[in-house]
Design a protein around this ligand. Structure first.
Ligand code: GDP
Length: 601
């Protein structure tokens, strides 16, 4: 609400609950908000709906006129609902107020035909983590084949006027959604069957196109807020304002401005404020508080009109000097009659709470808001990916410079969530051999990065394996001496491992390895080959020994593994080599370590 100077209300009053609308792209978030706004206009209550910056306030009497008999205004003392209304653009779910989610309550929109999609899951994940109560709007019911629309009616009325075949189809889609919610750990049911909305998620079938079910949706939101959130809505209206930055924007004639949602107290046009910045908190004086001009007056000089004062809950644009470093998701606090330092400390504490731990080496992370940055950091920590720098903002050339200093190829990467890649950054990345990942779903972003890392590691291990001596254990077959010496040529059977041309051959006397010669050729059924595998019977030319002296038929021989290679094999490559080779390696290490316990460590 916008207060006048003569406001005489009780200083503690109930504020409007803040509602976020989320869901997968194209599932109908914008249409649903448009429908609610439009219905209010049709009901002749247009004047009562106020367009805020980044939000729409729907007062109780408008909710009641849209919802009809489902909402009796006498049953409520909350003033209405404030919908954050630029969905899709920002990850509102990740915006926070003091320690919690910015939205008091959420609507998760799911297309009944399309069902659960990646952003649906992502939204659910964030709702779960922030413990935000929500309901599910199962949208686009009018697209069920054979649907007979009844504009703007409650769901029960329109449901009853459909044929059995049509309701059967709708039920199937709805139960699919309820099943999906259950898979994600939420017990859900059609909203009219839900007794306790704290324990169960209510599913409301709606059409943003025809308005069917919209009365129910508003009634459930209003009822939920009144029942479970009333205490949290009690605020000191006259107190110093507290809010969260939605967006930082350049505005012609005003310079850098912040769009914010105020969730406590008031902000006045002459207040000093503290805003969370990229580095230190920003301290500045409000120059103007701006609201969108009502539609009828939009042709006048500015899209905005100045107001003297705004009380929570509201969306407002703040014009003030020195806001360039402000961040979406950062806290905003009015100073008014308090020590500035105290307020700065409060803002610092809130920022520290969201701070991301960084390491000496790691990837660069960019996100659209502080909250989404935090969500990214949590997910990366779970995936054990270190972060060297984490910032709110688009991917810029200087991020490429930071990423390009990484020692490890897999860390020459930038992960951007819901941000743009600025023009010069992609070119720079190509030159500097930095890979940019960008996605609008956190877990997909991390999956893409993990696949990339796996690819790099596989390639690295392949090169290592190519340059390393592999374990091999083999036996000279009886009656298979084809040549005594220079070189000795014998038939062998490989017990385990991979014997390669040029391997040095050793024979253990007890635990002492004796070098007996070097492989100078391998033949498999008369064909020259480079290597033989476990189970193969091949003939091998060994330069050095004489059969009957250094080596005998039936002797068990080994490929010599240099100590350094043995160490790499044991420490890094055990999962890359076949089981028989690993077995040969372990036997080889055991023999060596009986002699020298630290061999290959
Ligand atoms: P958003 O990306 O979630 O904001 O989705 P939009 O509101 O932009 O809707 C995506 C598309 O679905 C648009 O073409 C809408 O007209 C359409 N749409 C949204 N809700 C409904 C609905 O209830 N019924 C039908 N038939 N179409 C819808």
């Amino acid at each position: 609400f916008i207060m006048s100077d003569t406001d005489t209300r009780d200083p503690t009053s109930l504020r409007t609950p803040i509602v976020a609308v989320l869901g997968h792209v194209d599932h109908g978030k914008t249409s649903l908000l448009d429908k609610i706004r439009g219905s209010a206009v049709i009901e002749g209550e247009a004047g009562a709906i106020t367009q805020h910056i980044g939000a729409t306030a729907v007062p109780l009497d408008v909710v009641s006129s849209i919802a009809g008999e489902l909402v009796n205004p006498d049953d409520f003392d909350l003033p209405g609902l404030l919908f954050i209304d630029t969905p899709g653009h920002h990850s509102f779910t990740t915006l926070r107020s003091r320690g919690g989610a910015l939205a008091d309550i959420a609507i998760l929109v799911v297309d009944v035909n399309d069902g659960f999609q990646p952003q649906t899951l992502e939204a659910l994940d964030i709702l779960k983590r922030s413990q935000t109560p929500f309901i599910v709007a199962a949208n686009k019911i009018d697209t069920v084949p054979g649907w007979n629309p009844n504009e703007d009616t409650p769901i029960t009325a329109t449901y009853e006027s459909q044929s059995d075949r049509v309701t059967g189809r709708l039920d199937e889609s709805l139960y699919q959604i309820i099943g999906n919610l259950s898979d994600e750990g939420f017990s859900a049911d059609l909203y009219w069957r839900v007794q306790n909305f704290q324990r169960n998620v209510g599913v409301v079938p709606v059409s943003a196109m025809t308005g069917e079910g919209v009365p129910d949706l508003l009634a459930v939101m209003m009822g939920l807020s009144q029942r479970y959130m009333k205490e949290e809505m009690e605020i000191d209206v006259a107190g110093p304002g507290v809010g969260t930055v939605l967006e930082v924007k350049d505005e012609k004639g005003f310079g850098t401005t912040v769009d914010m949602v105020l969730y406590d107290g008031t902000i006045k046009a002459d207040d000093q404020i503290v805003v969370g910045g990229q580095n230190d908190p920003l301290v500045t004086d409000v120059r103007a508080l701006l609201q969108p001009r009502p539609l009828a007056e939009i042709r006048t000089e500015s899209r905005f009109e100045k107001v003297d004062e705004v009380g929570a809950a509201a969306g407002i644009k703040v014009a003030a000097p020195d806001l360039d470093d402000a961040m979406a998701g950062a806290p905003v606090r009015v100073v008014r009659n308090r020590a500035l330092e105290e307020v700065v400390t409060e803002v610092e504490a809130e920022l520290a709470d969201i701070a991301v731990d960084t390491a000496e080496q790691g990837v660069v992370v960019k996100a659209d808001t502080l909250g989404s940055l935090e969500a990214m950091a949590d997910a990366l920590e779970e995936a054990e990916v270190p972060i060297v720098r984490a910032e709110v903002g688009d991917i810029a050339p200087r991020d490429v410079s930071v990423a390009s200093t990484a020692d490890e190829p897999k860390q020459r990467a930038i992960l951007g969530f819901n941000v743009d890649v600025l023009g010069d950054a992609s070119g720079r990345a190509e030159i500097d051999d930095v890979t940019i990942f960008s996605d609008e779903v956190i877990y997909q972003l991390i999956e893409e990065y993990e696949e990339y890392v796996e690819g790099i590691e596989r390639a690295q291990q392949d090169t290592i394996l190519e340059n390393i001596t592999r374990p091999a254990r083999f036996r000279i077959l009886p009656d298979h001496t084809f040549r005594q010496n220079d070189p000795a040529v014998v038939g062998v059977e490989l017990y385990a491992g991979t014997l390669q041309n040029n391997n040095t051959v050793v024979k253990f006397e007890g635990n002492d390895p004796d070098r007996v010669g070097q492989v100078k050729g391998i033949q498999d059924q008369g064909e020259d080959v480079d290597e033989a595998r476990a189970g193969d019977r091949v003939s091998v030319a060994i330069d050095g020994p004489t059969v009957g002296r250094q080596i005998e038929e039936d002797d068990v021989l080994w490929a010599e593994i240099p100590e350094k290679h043995a160490k790499i094999l044991e420490q890094e490559l055990t999962s890359e080599i076949p089981g028989d080779e690993l077995e040969a390696l372990n036997m080889y290490l055991e023999k060596q370590r009986k002699r020298d316990p630290f061999w290959g460590k």
